[in-house]
Design a protein around this ligand. Structure first.
Ligand code: SF4
Ligand code: SF4
Length: 59
């Protein structure tokens, strides 16, 4: 299953993707969004759609 890949050079740590994730799989680590609970992730793509800077892709 595809999991989100976050471009660390793109991410500003705004937290929008974290709020958008229905299973709380993402957290801020050193002010960058990180998939800290990959087993929870369903690959739904909500974080991808939510990021205003398009820093996340599923892959
Ligand atoms: S793909 Fe869905 S479940 Fe996985 S981190 Fe993004 S919003 Fe959460
Ligand atoms: S929504 Fe985008 S810019 Fe904001 S924390 Fe998530 S990946 Fe980073």
């Amino acid at each position: 299953m595809a999991k989100p890949k976050i471009d660390v050079d793109c991410c500003t740590g705004c937290g929008v993707c974290i709020d958008a994730c229905p299973v709380e799989a993402l957290e801020l680590v050193d002010d960058i969004s990180k998939l800290t609970q990959p087993d929870n992730c369903t690959g739904c793509g909500a974080c991808v759609d939510a990021c205003p800077l398009e820093c996340i892709v599923l892959g």
